[in-house]
Design a binder for this molecule. Sequence first.
Ligand code: DAH
Length: 335
Amino acid sequence: MEKTIDQICADALKEIETAKSKDSLNAVSLKYLSRKGIVTQFLRSISKLPPEERPKAGERANETKRLLEKAVEDAINSLDARSPAADSFIDVSLPGRSALPGSLHPITQITRQICDIFTRMGFDIAEGPEVESDYYNFEALNIPKYHPARDMQDTFYVSDNIVLRTHTSPIQVRVMEKRKPPLKVIAPGKVYRSDSDITHTPMFHQVEGLMVGENISFGNLKGILSNFVHLMFDEKTSLRFRPSFFPFTEPSAEVDILCVMCRGKGCRVCSHTGWLEVLGAGMVHPAVFENVGYDTSRITGFAFGMGVERITMLKYGIDDIRKFFENDFRFLRQF
Ligand code: DAH
């Protein structure tokens, strides 16, 4: 009799040891320990033994039952403890999943290119706050309150006298307050306007330029900007200066470049004019110099401002500004 229960125990332990999954362990448990299981049946059969053999056999069978229950439980726990990956989910022959290398956003790349071109021409880089006072964003740039020019830019107001800067031009004023002429600075940064369509986003990027000193002329402005356009696009990209108006420059100009798509023949991108507007510029208005305490009888200078998204769209033939802000890898990976 004892041999038999020992044999049952040995068989069950072997089956538990070779079971690889919870299902097969449950099946072993069912086979030996359930109501109709082998061990249970064995326990029942003890009543048929001669009375003197019953206690020993019963003790032995109950011991076996506890031992097997514990063995099944331990085997299930050790399966749970293993990571699912170790269980068969991993195919070690598959190639690994590589992490994509990151890259600079096209706007960052072009901002850096623009700054590089100007720093090679001797310009210093300056920066200023994005949350700006009404004074620097408007007043000091000769745009008083209620001046119609304020309508040109849909301003986000933080409070009565604090705005999100609508352009990088306030950096001109901040730089001139701190430094004496001569100076040449380039100022990149984010700007904000309440505007949104395929060519406008509420936040975009500008680069401002300022050169101030004695005998600085419109000729210097033309020379610096031509050099910039030739380096940014190519030597064949000619420029055109159109008279315009900005409150902080006089005279003012808008600068067009020969259409980079059709080379002046006329196409959809340039609205069949052959030209593309790329920046605003002009000679710094004496009122701005007075606001920073510069001597207007001696000092002149020029300023310009350009949109980085616009330059990037023209350089790469991108037709929707919103693509820059959607973070779609299929778009971003191309740069
Ligand atoms: N601040 C102008 C704008 O955002 C751009 C501009 C025009 C900047 C002429 C200048 C300038 O410095 O001289 O539309």
